[in-house]
Ligand binder design. Structure first.
Ligand SMILES: Nc1nc2c(c(=O)[nH]1)N[C@H]1C(S)=C(S)[C@@H](COP(=O)(O)O)O[C@H]1N2
Ligand SMILES: [Mo]
Length: 155
């Protein structure tokens, strides 16, 4: 699987103009496993967050879908944590309490444009840093600002 992810990352870096780069795998209890085309998230994507991040000095208009809405679709539970994995094998485990409290955005677009893999796309988790001062002060929300997202699993 790791080898496949590296291959996929390489393929996407080589063909950055081929449009949507990837899919998102969503998993949950009792073997729940769906592969979602990012087009679906983009189409659902009327949620917006205007904020700067640690990687962009200025504020951008991010659009996509609230993570809470996506995980609300997953049957089973109750769940307490969401595990997020990226194309570069980076992974984090976020308590659902933080997700419900700050409602981070699963962003497919920055200022109206799809985000290329070489620009930390195609899917990024954006916390509302400019609206909630506490996020900026705590290192964990920086650590939880995952880009290159490829898998989300509820636990
Ligand atoms: N896909 C992916 N997302 C990631 C990381 C990573 O290595 N890969 N690093 C995380 C960490 S530890 C931090 S602090 C923030 C900011 O990273 P940067 O300042 O190096 O851009 O991105 C987070 N998101
Ligand atoms: Mo970090």
């Amino acid at each position: 699987m790791k080898r496949f992810c590296r291959w996929l990352l390489l393929a996407c870096l080589c063909f950055p103009l081929s449009g949507y780069a990837d899919t998102l795998t969503l998993t949950g209890a009792a073997g729940y496993h769906v592969v979602i085309d990012l087009r679906e998230i983009d189409a659902a994507g009327q949620a917006i967050s205007i904020t700067s991040t640690q990687w962009s000095g200025r504020a951008h208009r991010w659009s996509g879908m609230r993570l809470v809405h996506l995980i609300g679709r997953v049957p089973g539970g109750p769940y307490s944590r969401v595990h997020i994995r990226a194309l570069n094998d980076y992974e984090v485990d976020i308590p659902l309490g933080d997700v419900r409290r700050f409602s981070p955005l699963l962003a497919t677009r920055r200022d109206g444009q799809l985000v290329a893999i070489r620009d930390k796309g195609p899917l990024l988790l954006i916390w509302p840093f400019d609206q909630e001062a506490v996020l900026e002060r705590s290192q964990r929300y920086h650590d939880w600002s995952v880009w290159h997202i490829s898998q989300i699993g509820l636990r």
